[in-house]
Ligand binder design. Structure first.
Ligand code: XMP
Ligand code: MG
Length: 191
């Protein structure tokens, strides 16, 4: 357990440590840097808020150390549906600020669960005539295979449990934890 965090007592177990995240992020950035070494105009990273914010910041810096140049865009979407499952009906809360036509787009995602959000987002971005669209997702759950989303770069396959930390929240909390963990059942019961 990481020391001293306000929230550590709420975590049942850590499934991915801060160190594992750091190493994996470097590895993913290395792969992307190699694949896009000759990409005309560099890479346009599209971060999906809010969950991917930590990963975006760390991934972009890792990529920056290995080139090619990248630009950053942020989108916020909400999947209609109750509680912790997504329905596939997606609403845009914050759209892109710039034209992505002709660009090499890499979607930066925190976690692919059912895959519904991501498959919608892929279609949406492709409709804007980018040169290419790929996905880098730090986590993927087994459920994701049900909706086939071509997620080219995946950090960790994790069990189908609700996890928090490193950007992922429960009721907007726990995002600042540097690791990813499973909450104790009594935390859900409290809310
Ligand atoms: P789908 O099912 O459409 O959903 O792939 C992906 C989005 O759902 C959220 N999500 C989670 N958020 N802990 C979280 O804090 C989780 O275990 C979890 N699983 C899915 C997340 O926003 C993701 O982008
Ligand atoms: Mg997300």
């Amino acid at each position: 357990m990481a020391d001293g965090s306000w929230y550590d007592a709420d975590i049942d177990r850590v499934i991915i440590s801060e160190e594992q995240i750091r190493e994996k992020t470097e590895e993913l950035a290395k792969q992307v840097a190699a694949d896009y070494a000759d990409a005309e105009g560099g890479i346009l990273l599209v971060c999906v808020l809010k969950g991917a914010v930590m990963f975006m910041a760390d991934f972009a810096r890792a990529l920056g150390r290995q080139g090619p140049p990248c630009e950053m865009e942020f989108m916020a979407v909400s999947s209609y549906g109750s509680g912790t499952t997504s329905s596939g009906v997606v609403r845009i809360l914050k759209d892109l600020d710039s034209d992505i036509s002709g660009r090499h787009v890499v979607i930066v995602e925190d976690i692919v669960d059912s895959g519904l959000t991501l498959s919608w987002l892929m279609r949406y971005l492709k409709s804007r005539a980018p040169e290419s669209v790929e996905v880098v997702a730090l986590f993927r759950k087994p459920e994701a295979v049900k909706v086939p989303v071509p997620t080219k770069y995946v950090g960790f396959d994790i069990p189908s449990e609700f996890v928090v930390g490193y950007g992922l929240d429960f009721a907007e909390r726990y995002r600042e934890l540097p690791y990813v963990g499973v909450l104790k059942p009594e935390v859900y019961a409290r809310s």
